[in-house]
Write a protein that binds this ligand. Structure first.
Ligand SMILES: Nc1ncnc2c1ncn2[C@@H]1O[C@H](COP(=O)(O)OP(=O)(O)OP(=O)(O)O)[C@@H](O)[C@H]1O
Ligand SMILES: [Mg+2]
Length: 450
């Protein structure tokens, strides 16, 4: 895509020769010759960059700059001046100019400056998109009464230092809740450190938690900080706490009681300021009964309990969850937005979702990938949920011919492959061992846009 540049200068010579040089380089140009015409001409949606003279017949370019920055803070402005002084440059930069070029203009210098400014603006936009994406992925969706109660609980818990124990079935958002507790606390700018107690072999978990000194055990070639030290000042999230071995539970209890830890093989206690948030999908009270979980540790951890509700207890959130997941998957895969019909939403809401929100999210991902149309309808959902046990089952639908079903399968495979190769047709063709032109032909025939 070629960038469009608005050239603002009262000298016609400069406007014309700049526009000529820039168009040779593939830029499109508009121009304006005064403060008034620049402000009238400028369109945030059409202009990617503004080149701005400082001395204009009806005022200073710096006034234009201030106004542009107010209207379109993301659009880079490069200031040009024949009377360039350092003071002027400083003022322009202070007002938000990206760069400053002195007249007489050197076209080489201009091209480099424009390239850098546009590149910078692009990267900033990309970063913003990624940030928004990251934010949207870390937010609890759902306005049902149950979810509102969870959110309220988080807001009450967050500001205190109180330990939080999050319970709930698998896939109900326990980790999201833990992150939200951290994000809403005054520790938000300090580390959030996670340890999955079930994923670490039990003989390593002590060193993971508390760190070790050099030579503490075979293979400990170097001293290492544990998660407690890494989380200092912030939040330590102990996931799957119900799977922690009893002897480690005892050490954890001591660390919580004393606010101090000892590295494995270390002799000296280390003070740590850590807020602990724990989560489990186990019934800890039953585990206590069974002698698998220490009761005293349970009470230490469970100062503020938060229960993550199963999805079947807040099905009214299904439409909002689906909308957010579908939008997210489309965005992540660079696909056009897809709409979900109300019939499809009803079918999704009727389903039981034993795997809770995680299962719903995965289903949305498959729906987006497997539905080539821009609308996800009831039939697509029924196909996915009804016969979703196998890939072939997901593709079969009563009433469709073999020919259509094979086309569906090809479409799904090509979309998945395109997706895996970032939309790169050449790479996708190579991966599928097809001629590029053949793949294009197939994509056209199957109604896949590039
Ligand atoms: N209310 C919600 N809003 C948006 N996304 C959610 C919500 N609840 C869960 N999710 C999403 O579902 C997935 C599973 O959530 P999470 O990992 O927090 O579950 P969990 O309770 O920790 O599960 P497990 O016990 O299996 O570890 C994540 O991708 C998460 O972003
Ligand atoms: Mg989890």
């Amino acid at each position: 895509m070629s960038a469009t540049i608005l050239i603002v200068d009262d000298e016609k010579n400069i406007r014309v020769s700049l526009a000529r040089s820039l168009s040779i380089e593939g830029y499109r140009c508009d121009d304006a010759d005064s403060v008034a015409s620049a402000l009238a001409r400028f369109e945030p949606q059409s202009h990617d960059l503004v080149m701005l003279d400082v001395q204009l017949p009806d005022g200073s370019g710096l006034d234009v700059l201030a106004e542009l920055k107010g209207r379109a803070p993301e659009t880079p402005v490069v200031v040009m001046s024949g009377h360039g002084t350092i003071e002027m440059a400083k003022e322009a930069i202070r007002l938000g100019a990206h760069d400053f070029i002195e007249k007489p203009l050197s076209i080489d210098k201009i091209l480099i400056t424009l390239h850098n400014a546009l590149e910078f603006a692009n990267q900033r936009r990309e970063l913003e998109t990624l940030r928004a994406l990251a934010r949207s992925g870390s937010e609890l969706v759902g306005r049902s009464r149950v979810m509102s109660e969870v959110r309220e609980r988080i807001s009450l818990a967050a500001p205190s230092r109180g330990r939080v124990l999050i319970t709930g079935e698998s896939g109900t958002g326990k980790e999201l809740i833990a992150r939200a507790v951290h994000e809403e606390s005054d520790r938000a700018d300090k580390p959030f450190v996670k340890l999955n107690c079930a994923a670490i072999p039990s003989e390593l978990i002590e060193s993971e938690l508390f760190g070790h000194e050099r030579g503490a055990f075979t293979g400990a070639h170097q001293a290492r900080k544990g998660k407690f030290e890494l989380a200092h000042g912030g939040t330590l999230f102990l996931d799957e706490i119900g799977d922690m071995r009893l002897d480690v539970q005892a050490k954890l209890l001591r660390a919580l009681q004393e606010g101090e830890i000892e590295r494995v093989g270390g002799a000296r206690p280390i003070r740590v300021d850590v807020r602990v948030v724990a989560a489990t999908n186990k019934d800890l009270e039953a585990a206590i009964e069974a002698g698998e979980f220490r009761e005293d540790l349970y009470y230490r951890l469970n100062v503020i309990p938060i229960d993550a509700p199963p999805l079947r207890a807040h099905k009214e959130d299904v439409p909002e969850l689906v909308a957010s997941f579908v939008a997210r998957v489309c965005e992540e895969n660079g696909m056009k937005r897809k709409d979900v019909t109300s019939e499809a939403l009803e079918a999704l809401a009727r389903h039981d979702w034993p795997g809770n929100v995680r299962e719903l999210r995965n289903a949305c991902e498959r729906l987006v990938i497997l539905t080539p149309a821009t609308v996800i309808d009831g039939a697509a959902v029924r196909r996915l949920l009804g016969e979703g046990k196998t890939v072939a089952g997901a593709l079969y639908r009563p009433g469709a011919s073999m020919r259509d079903l094979v086309a569906d399968a090809e479409r799904a495979i090509i979309l998945a492959a395109l997706n895996a190769h970032g939309g790169h047709v050449t790479q996708t063709a190579a991966a599928l061992q097809l001629e590029r032109s053949h793949l294009y032909k197939k994509m056209r025939a199957l109604g896949i846009r590039d």
